[in-house]
Design a protein around this ligand. Structure first.
Ligand code: ATP
Ligand code: MG
Length: 451
């Protein structure tokens, strides 16, 4: 009864500063996180802050992940020290952010994000309920209340190895439930990106989104359109790099978050149907991430949008254009159509374009061209991309195997491969033109310029 009452009070939007609720405090046996499981930097930062007389806790995703035996990506620390006080304690630190200032503390190769407890009211919203200002300091309890999901609002105190829980986070974590703190609809209005976080975290953790948290998503999906493209891109990237990209995309579609909301995903999801290429490429990204192997964002984006490029490439070739110019035109068509919507930072879009452009060069297998191609810095990425296309049945396997042998071969073997390609008529220009002018039947292998 009392618990119910407290929960009710916690959901009140205003007068937050006056609220007083006692958190549950869980000792080590009930959560299992030993202080030596923290990173060196996280332990050092919390310890130094506490020694200086401040409250300091590891908070958020790291506590959640440690309780789930998942290795945390990074460690965040929450404290009652102001940014200036934190900065003063750590020589290698800097205050960042204008609206809400946080401190980055560098310890060895690690960076710990230290935030001062946030509080104040959530009344600083615009007419749609979007939070416009989020910049006042508060108590630990208020800080917990401002976080998104109950499992993300746990604090860990390394000094006595306790977990402090204001919102039934431990209970929800054990039940594998993602539950929004407060009233879900209002929390989505405050910050629509929380809807994407719900989907991503549920997929990442293998959690169910609690029904009350899930339900308002569809009706609030449109709010995402107003979010800055760069923030959406960041969130989208997190989603794609979560090791559960495929599951996330499916879930986004199920929850009505894909179409018309997320420009980059729109394209992908429109094409998704049962596109084996996309499925394969996401599965391969997911397994690389789960195996802790590096993933190139440019490569990943190239696979996501490839279907659009490939379709236009095929059409242009069918209309009589030559392979390379047709590909370049197809790429610029796609780039102009999507333009700023995508907000793909240049460092990624350049790689993406290169990988696409190079696809036309696998065709040329005579003379000096294959040698020159091998020296191209992006050859390997382009080749991996070709292999993926071939796995999806888009390109003849023989072509992939030829290039595979050409990479490995010594001089004599390479000469023999070139002769073999020549004999197969691979680069007979007359033959190529004839073939490409003939109308393409539906069901034909798409033109990747592949013989
Ligand atoms: P990940 O595993 O992706 O790092 P995370 O939960 O740690 O997941 P972060 O973006 O690192 O995500 O955020 C750290 C913490 O900040 C979260 O655990 C949550 O408590 C809080 N937080 C992050 N984004 C929001 C948001 N949009 N609204 C409210 N709280 C948020
Ligand atoms: Mg995190």
């Amino acid at each position: 009864m009392i618990r119910k009452l407290i929960r009710k009070v916690l959901e009140l939007p205003s007068g937050m500063g006056k609220r007083r609720a006692k958190p549950r405090v869980f000792p080590l046996p009930q959560h299992g996180i030993r202080r030596d499981q923290l990173s060196h930097a996280a332990l050092k930062v919390t310890t130094r802050l506490q020694e200086a007389g401040y409250a300091a806790f590891v908070v958020g995703g790291a506590v959640r992940d440690l309780m789930l035996n998942v290795e945390p990506k990074d460690f965040d620390v929450a404290t009652n020290a102001t940014p200036e006080q934190v900065h003063h304690l750590f020589r290698r630190s800097r205050i960042i952010g204008r609206r809400f200032r946080i401190v980055h503390v560098m310890v060895g190769p690690e960076t710990i994000e230290v935030t001062t407890f946030r509080g104040g009211s959530v009344d600083d919203t615009n007419e749609t309920g979007r939070i416009m200002a989020d910049n006042s300091f508060g108590s630990q309890e208020e800080d917990a209340h401002r976080r998104d999901f109950t499992v993300n609002a746990l604090f860990y105190d390394p000094s006595d190895e306790t977990v402090i829980d204001y919102h039934h986070g431990v209970k929800d974590l054990n039940a594998k439930k993602l539950v929004m703190i407060g009233q879900p609809a209002r929390r989505y209005q405050e910050d629509p990106v929380r809807m994407l976080r719900a989907v991503r975290l549920a997929a990442k953790l293998g959690f169910q989104i609690d029904e009350a948290t899930r339900k308002p998503i569809r009706a609030h999906a449109h709010l995402l359109k107003k979010e800055p493209a760069a923030r959406l891109f960041d969130e989208m990237l997190k989603l794609l790099m979560s090791g559960q990209a495929y599951a996330c995309l499916k879930k986004l579609r199920e929850e009505g978050l894909a179409r018309g909301v997320f420009p980059l995903l729109d394209a992908v999801i429109d094409e998704q149907g049962d596109d084996p290429f996309l499925e394969l490429s996401l599965a391969s990204t997911d397994s690389r991430i789960r195996a802790d192997k590096p993933v190139s964002v440019g490569f990943l984006l190239a696979t996501l949008l490839w279907r659009q490029v490939e379709r236009r490439w095929t059409q242009r070739i069918a209309a009589g254009e030559k392979s390379m110019p047709a590909l370049l035109d197809a790429i610029s068509d796609v780039e102009t159509e999507q333009d700023n919507d995508f907000a793909i930072p240049r460092r990624f879009s350049v790689t993406m374009r290169e990988i696409w452009t190079l696809q036309a060069r696998f065709d040329s297998r005579t003379g000096a061209r294959p040698y020159r191609f091998l020296e191209q810095p992006r050859f390997r990425a382009a080749y991996d991309f070709l292999a993926l296309r071939s796995e999806a049945g888009e390109v003849d396997r023989e072509l992939v195997s030829w290039w595979e042998r050409f990479q490995r071969g010594d001089d004599a073997e390479r000469e023999a491969l070139i002769a073999e390609a020549k004999a197969g008529g691979a680069t007979d220009p007359a033959k190529k033109r004839r073939r490409r002018r003939s109308p393409r039947r539906k069901g034909d292998a798409p033109a990747g310029g592949v013989e």
